[in-house]
Design a protein around this ligand. Structure first.
Ligand code: GCV
Length: 601
């Protein structure tokens, strides 16, 4: 080991020990460190932050590799490991007033406003250094190396000096943990801040404004990661406002960041703008496919795993098949907006692995996870929602890990090891996502949630003054004879956007897997399923099965009682009982509605 390597390693160990002083008891981080660790820097190892563990010796090429190796050793790993994705990024949908869009674990750990003493306005709340340090350690322990600090529905204020100063403070805390900061930016910022009359990306004044802004940011934060942008989507400004394309908009920002090595993550989550009226699930491909090849090299297209919006189950988003020359990232949602929020126990790793079975990780340069973290003492609202934060990081490091292995790791590190000797908790986690699909929206049903907050069922939802794409009836189209949306080649032809063999498989009800049936097809209630049951009978079977699964989760948790502190046990127990009631509500509401639909008075 070189002299420099020895010094670095010593410094790192000190850092780890000091930071450990903060309370992490609610997280998977163990407080005890293995004794007599030897750290070695080896410049011949591959040029990334990987590590090699042999006994209690950790070898890595970089300091970060040593740090990652330390947590791996604590998980009991041996052997060599390297990060799969270069970009392993959390997306916080945190607003500057401290609220979090689709956040279910309290307010933001980064932002907030405090009233001034004389009540004449608000100050930006001071940073809670200890808390952000603990967050950083938790992220680093699972390999997360970037974080977007604010909501994609971005306030232009984030680019003003007081906020850039705060971002610098946060970046300084996160840096030793290998985490770079990124910001969501509002495309209309130069205009909204009143500094230029337009935000047209081809206007030289606008271009200069962004260049100056990038310079200002990099002066404070030399390793700043870049921008995340939601443009011309759900009311956000964008290049269309000036008759320009997504490529014009993204490239203008990319040019401003390029001298410093920054990137632009441009989202493909768009609907209701250029292709208004088209089947919503088709609109990303319609807007972006023709632009492939027109983006600067430092632009990455970031797309949600499914073509709609983080539903309990969606087919993969076909945009991933279309962009051949543009680097792509997948956006996964850790916060359970449509999966019972922080009130239902739903372990998401199986859902993400399902996505990776269609979109090979090799085709992506990174993954982003919409965070579920807030000020709640247990960080995520539900103790078991932490497992989703954990699983996101572990899959970002190694997408070939099994969901089961990740679940077991998380349980072992977070709870008493005796609690899972019969693997019942692992089985509960592994079954929980399918249970959720069953009691909410089986057989390819989607988006039949209550308006706006997306918690609970509203299959009859319709509001004339809302865009039709927000109304549940648009997504199931049930009447007395049939249910589902015809997205086959005889309908909206969404199937035509898929690569083969999926295009053909999804196009015919006989070959379409049951789990996507009503997503792609409109079928009579009497349609004979592969099981031999009618569609209506099969739908009832799934809803009942989902409810029975949650009943079993309540029993499994009952058996775990002797092995866990009373407070945590009770909190989880009461949430599971809520979930039990909610699963029944979903089943009863949907079956009543669809049942009556078939027998109109
Ligand atoms: C941040 C859905 C959510 C919105 C979210 C949006 C997006 O529409 O309900 O809260 O906005 O997706 O991902 O941009």
């Amino acid at each position: 080991m070189s002299k420099q390597g020895t010094l670095t390693a010593l410094l790192l160990l000190c850092l780890i020990t000091i930071v450990k002083a903060e309370d992490g008891s609610q997280l998977w981080l163990r407080s005890e460190m293995p004794k007599d660790i030897t750290l070695r820097i080896d410049n011949t190892m591959p040029d990334d932050d990987g590590y090699r563990i042999s006994g209690n010796t950790i070898t890595a090429r970089t300091e970060m590799g040593l740090l990652y190796g330390k947590y791996a050793l604590m998980r009991g790993e041996q052997g060599e490991s390297h990060p799969f994705f270069k970009l392993r990024i959390l997306n916080h949908w945190d607003n500057l007033d401290g609220s979090i869009e689709r956040g279910y674990a309290g307010n933001s750990i980064f932002w907030g406003l405090n009233p001034t003493p004389k009540g004449e306005g608000n100050h930006i709340s001071p940073i809670n250094k200890a808390l952000i340090n603990k967050y950083a350690e938790a992220c680093a322990s699972i390999g997360i190396n970037g974080t977007v600090l604010n909501n994609v529905n971005a306030s232009p204020q984030i680019l003003t000096k007081p906020y850039i100063d705060k971002v610098k403070e946060i970046a300084d805390i996160l840096r030793p943990w290998g985490i770079r900061v990124y910001l969501s930016v509002n495309f209309g910022s130069p205009k909204a801040l009143g500094e230029v009359k337009t935000a047209d990306p081809l206007n030289p004044r606008v271009q200069r404004w962004w260049k100056k802004k990038a310079k200002q940011i990099y002066r404070e934060i030399p390793d700043f990661g870049g921008f995340l942008v939601k443009a011309n989507s759900e009311g956000q400004p964008g290049p269309f406002d000036y008759g320009r394309s997504h490529a014009d908009g993204a490239n203008m920002l990319a040019d401003a960041l390029a001298p410093y090595g920054g990137i632009v993550m441009w989202r493909s989550f768009v609907y209701g703008a250029k292709h208004q009226g088209e089947d919503r699930v088709k609109q990303a491909v319609s807007e972006f496919a023709e632009l492939d090849g027109q983006f600067r090299p430092n632009v990455i297209l970031q797309s949600k795993n499914g073509p709609l919006d983080f539903q309990p189950r969606e087919p993969y988003a076909p945009i991933f098949d279309h962009m051949k020359q543009t680097p792509q990232m997948a956006e996964l949602q850790i916060t359970q907006e449509y999966l019972g929020q922080s009130k239902h126990l739903v372990y998401l790793a199986p859902m993400w692995q399902e996505f990776f079975s269609f979109v090979k990780p090799e085709r992506l340069v990174g993954i982003a996870g919409v965070a579920n973290i807030g000020l709640d003492t247990n960080w995520c609202g539900h103790h078991f929602s932490q497992a989703n934060w954990y699983a996101f990081g572990r899959l970002a490091w190694n997408p070939t890990l099994t969901s089961e292995q990740i679940a077991q790791e998380w349980i072992n590190q977070t709870l008493d090891s005796k609690i899972n000797t019969d693997s019942k908790l692992t089985s509960m986690l592994m079954r929980s996502r399918e249970a959720c699909v069953d009691y909410m929206m089986p057989l390819g049903l989607h988006h039949i949630f209550k308006f706006d907050h997306h918690m609970g069922p509203e299959p009859d939802g319709f509001k004339a003054d809302y865009p039709i794409e927000w109304c549940p009836v648009y997504y199931h189209r049930a009447n007395k004879d049939s249910i589902g949306v015809d997205r086959s080649s005889t309908g909206t032809n969404a199937t035509g956007q898929y690569r083969q063999p999926y295009r053909s498989i999804y196009d015919k009800p006989e070959t379409c897997p049951d789990e996507y049936l009503l997503w792609f097809h409109r079928l009579p209630w009497t349609y004979r399923m592969k099981s031999g049951l009618t569609l209506w009978e099969e739908l009832q079977r799934h809803y009942n099965h989902g409810v029975a699964e949650v009943d079993d989760f309540v029993n499994i948790w009952q058996q775990a009682k002797p092995y866990i502190d009373q407070q945590r046990w009770k909190e989880v127990d009461s949430l599971l009982r809520f979930q039990q009631q909610d699963a029944r509500l979903w089943r009863d509401t949907c079956l009543k509605y669809f049942g009556e639909m078939q027998h109109p008075h």
